[in-house]
Design a protein around this ligand. Structure first.
Ligand SMILES: NC(=O)c1ccc[n+]([C@@H]2O[C@H](COP(=O)([O-])OP(=O)(O)OC[C@H]3O[C@@H](n4cnc5c(N)ncnc54)[C@H](OP(=O)(O)O)[C@@H]3O)[C@@H](O)[C@H]2O)c1
Length: 291
């Protein structure tokens, strides 16, 4: 059977967000503020170093400075926290991220909690999760924010519709549920979250108007789990070496009305949101301490 679903690429969404970000950077620079996104990498993992390079290139293209600290693989937790503190206390630095993962002997969560929440461009600090839960402004977790932007860009109505999310992980399913249930025109959905505690989860996914796969289990979503005509967002992925194994089986395109492509769906929007968080952090800081 041929694939019939409309594709929902992330690249044009990311381009639109990055264009807005570039305009905001220019406005700040005209006022004498150069937005700055600092990065910390621990160790010599090739993939992580590659992600940092991509972020630094993007930062430079947008007009950010991007100071970087590269710590050796045997750095201690105290070394990592000292590097975080240096950027936390540097008023010229507006955003800060520690590239995930860190070597196994280090505590990533403790490092994340050490980051000044107002500089937390990943939007993952517990304080920012709390802000999201109670509806206070703050940096949003990038992948959930990217999914909301993707739906809005492709003019898929969310308000009042039934959204089912497979997965309640802290980086994706849980914050996405909070975000899409908020009272805003691009959210305001009836959100259900299913997980391993709900063994008959297909009962829920089959009634979803918008289904988000956020489990990280390759091929877990099959055509029989999808309501005909539904919107399917594949966010969960696992890597086998360099091979990407998505949660959503390709055959779902034969049932769905719209679907993210196997590659280039949610991913590009995540990176764009990082820069949106960073420029907003610079805007907030420049209001708090005008240049
Ligand atoms: N595209 C992107 O840019 C991006 C960004 C961030 C994350 N991700 C991907 O998103 C996925 C989720 O990330 P995460 O950090 O939230 O992961 P996580 O913490 O491991 O959460 C996975 C969730 O899926 C549920 N799950 C796993 N197997 C299941 C099964 N057989 N049946 C029902 N539920 C099942 C788990 O249920 P329990 O809670 O009951 O264990 C858990 O809630 C990962 O694949 C990650 O790579 C993608």
């Amino acid at each position: 059977m041929p694939a019939t679903a409309r594709l929902l690429p992330g690249a044009p969404v990311a381009e639109a967000v990055l264009a807005e970000t570039a305009a905001a950077v220019s406005a700040l620079r005209e006022r004498g503020v150069t937005p700055s996104l600092a990065t910390i990498l621990v160790g010599d993992d090739d993939a992580s170093a590659g992600y940092i390079r991509i972020k630094q290139r993007q930062a430079a293209d947008l007009g950010f400075t991007s100071p970087h600290e590269h710590l050796p693989a045997n750095a201690s937790q105290a070394d990592l926290e000292r590097a975080i503190d240096r950027f936390n206390t540097d008023p010229a630095v507006h955003g800060l991220l520690v590239q995930y993962p860190v070597p196994a002997h280090l505590d990533y969560d403790a490092a994340l909690q050490r980051i000044d929440p107002d500089k937390d461009v990943d939007g993952m600090h517990p304080l920012n999760m709390g802000r999201l839960a109670v509806g206070l402004p703050g940096p949003l977790p990038c992948t959930p924010a990217g999914i909301e932007a993707l739906l809005a860009y492709h003019q898929i109505p969310v308000a009042g519709r039934e959204v089912v999310i497979l997965g309640r992980g802290a980086t994706l399913g849980r914050p996405l549920a909070l975000l899409l249930a908020q009272k805003r025109p691009t959210a305001n959905a009836a959100v259900t979250v299913v997980h391993t505690g709900v063994p008959d989860w297909p009962r829920y996914t089959r009634r979803a108007e918008i289904l988000v796969a956020a489990a990280g289990v390759p091929g877990i979503i099959q055509p029989e789990h999808v309501r005909p005509g539904a919107v399917v967002i594949g966010a969960g992925v696992r890597y086998a070496g360099r091979r990407l194994l998505p949660d959503v089986d390709e055959a779902c395109a034969e049932v769905a009305g719209a679907i993210t492509p196997r590659v280039g769906g949610v991913g590009p929007t995540t990176v764009a949101m990082l820069f949106r968080n960073a420029v907003r952090a610079a805007q907030r800081a420049s209001v708090a301490a005008p240049a």
